[in-house]
Every structure is written in structure tokens, then in C-alpha cells.
Design a protein around this ligand. Structure first.
Ligand SMILES: Nc1ncnc2c1ncn2[C@@H]1O[C@H](COP(=O)(O)OP(=O)(O)OP(=O)(O)O)[C@@H](O)[C@H]1O
Ligand SMILES: [Mg+2]
Length: 264
């Protein structure tokens, strides 16, 4: 059984990382994949969005990174068949400082995850929701991952932001994790009536070619409502345009993983 580990990363805040992590995880689980979603953001939005309440998070990804507990102790059922969650708490914000002199501080997640996958019930996909920074937490996610998915909002500074995360991926590949690849770039919160957004999308596609998924996630109010119900948009309203887009994205992601495995 192979497990594919995908980090959802972009240092820019509010571009749809967590929304993509939650709904892509759900769409993958819906087609029979066994998914673990790791919340690596102290904001804990992925945890909340899957209905995990902060007060009930006994063991979190912080404890696993600090080596106080095994990752397995943090993992809970999400209530969605095939989808498990390793929740985050605010204490994760301290991990950065606490690990500053720690040995192998970049590899904390990779090591605890490898330990989990050895003992765990089958897992075919691990998705990691990263915080909006290129901090130690994001580096841990990139060190653990096979590939990165970058959610990108088509706006004026999108390409500058993109080149920054791409440089970071290169650096991590060179120094920490040689197998790291870019799975793809997904355009999020798209508004086709916005001319600037359309121009930026064309620019991103011209620069990044086939790395940009064909699927574009539209701006959709149902998607933004879903987290307050503690549900993925896919469960809140499967028919809405946003949910349908995430279902298409999941099939593109699976297809790219198949192609990558064939090539390997
Ligand atoms: N396609 C969409 N349509 C409408 N609203 C969206 C869409 N995608 C995300 N949002 C909303 O935009 C906000 C930011 O999205 P999200 O939390 O996924 O971004 P993020 O990159 O994880 O943010 P952060 O950097 O703070 O972690 C949220 O309120 C979310 O509900
Ligand atoms: Mg987020």
C-alpha cells in the first residue's frame, strides 16, 4: 500500500488553503481513498471546519511534533467515512520557538508521520494544511510531503507570492527532502466577471503551464458558509458550484498521482 503525502501550502493568508484541504480530503474519501488530514496551523481552522471543537482536542499535532505523544494519539475520526483528522491547537504557535535548538527540527512531522503510517490502518492520502507563512511548521510539512498543492487566488501580487513558495520548495528539495514535487497549482475564489483576475489567471497559466489544474474553484457563498456548520462544503451543499469544483479537482489530483507513480 502506498501513501501519498500532499502539503497544501502558500505563505499568503486567506487564499483557500484550509478550504482546499478540507474539501479535497472529503472528495478523496468520497471516492474510497483513506485520508488523514493533518492540521498544522495554530489557527486550527481545518479542525474547526471538520466539526472538532477546540475544547475537546486533548492531544494535538503540537504534542506529536514535540514528541510528547505519538501522532496516533492525536488522530480522531472526522465523522466522514474514510477521513481522519489530526487536529491543531493554539499551542502549536509556540512550537516554532520551542524547537529552535532542537535536533532534526525540520523532520519532526516526517518522523512522527512515518511512525503513524507504519502502525496505522490503511491510509492512501495524507493532506497537510499549512499556516500562512514559510515558517518551521510549513518546512516540516514540506519535509514530510511527496508533493505540494498550492492554492492561488488570482490577484495582482499572485505571481510574486507564487515565486516565493516555488523557491522555498526548491530549497527544501535541495537540502531536506529530495523527493518533493509540485503536484499542482489550483486557482481559488475565482470570479470570472473580474477582468484583472482573468488576466492574472492567463498569466499564471502562461508561466506554469500544465502545473495549473484545469479545475478552477469559483468564489461561492456556500463554501464560505460551510465551516460555521462544522462541515465540509461537500456535505453542506454537494450541488453547489464550489463542491462540484472540488470533486473535479480530486479526480485531477488522483490522475496526477497515478501518472507520477507510472513514471516512477
Ligand atoms: N471558493 C470560495 N468561495 C467563497 N469563499 C471562500 C472560498 N474559498 C475560501 N473561502 C473563504 O475565504 C476565507 C479564507 O479561506 P481559507 O481559510 O480556506 O484560506 P487559508 O489560505 O486557509 O487562510 P489562512 O492563510 O488564514 O490559513 C474563508 O472565510 C473561507 O470560507
Ligand atoms: Mg488556513
Amino acid at each position: 500500500m502506498t501513501t501519498r503525502i500532499l502539503a497544501i501550502a502558500n505563505q499568503k493568508g486567506g487564499v483557500g488553503k484550509t478550504t482546499t484541504a478540507i474539501n479535497l480530503s472529503t472528495a478523496l474519501a468520497a471516492v474510497g481513498e483513506k485520508v488523514l488530514l493533518i492540521d498544522l496551523d495554530p489557527q486550527g481552522n481545518a479542525s474547526t471546519g471538520l466539526g472538532s471543537e477546540a475544547a475537546t482536542r486533548a492531544v494535538t499535532t503540537y504534542d506529536a511534533l514535540m514528541g510528547e505523544y505519538r501522532l496516533e494519539a492525536a488522530v480522531v475520526e472526522s465523522g466522514i467515512p474514510g477521513l481522519r483528522l489530526a487536529p491543531a491547537g493554539v499551542d502549536l504557535a509556540g512550537a516554532e520557538v520551542e524547537l529552535i535548538d532542537a535536533e532534526r527540527r525540520h523532520h519532526r512531522l516526517a518522523e512522527t508521520l512515518a511512525d503513524y503510517l507504519q502502525g496505522a490502518p490503511e491510509t492512501t492520502y495524507v493532506l497537510i494544511d499549512c499556516p500562512p507563512s514559510l515558517s518551521l511548521l510549513t518546512i516540516n510539512a514540506l519535509a514530510a510531503a511527496d508533493a505540494v498543492i498550492i492554492p492561488l487566488q488570482a490577484e495582482f501580487f499572485a505571481l510574486e507570492g507564487l515565486s516565493q513558495i516555488l523557491r522555498t520548495i526548491e530549497t527544501v528539495r535541495g537540502r531536506i527532502n529530495p523527493r518533493l514535487e509540485l503536484q499542482g497549482i489550483v486557482l481559488t475564489m475565482a470570479d470570472t466577471r473580474n477582468n484583472l483576475a482573468n488576466a492574472v489567471e492567463a498569466d499564471v497559466r502562461a508561466h506554469m503551464g500544465a502545473k495549473v489544474y484545469e479545475t478552477v474553484i469559483p468564489r461561492n457563498v456556500r463554501i464560505s458558509e460551510a465551516p460555521s456548520h462544522g462541515k465540509p462544503a461537500l456535505l453542506y451543499d454537494i450541488k453547489c458550484a464550489g463542491s462540484q469544483a472540488y470533486i473535479r479537482l480530486a479526480s485531477e489530483v488522483i490522475q496526477r498521482e497515478r501518472d507520477a507513480r507510472k513514471a516512477a
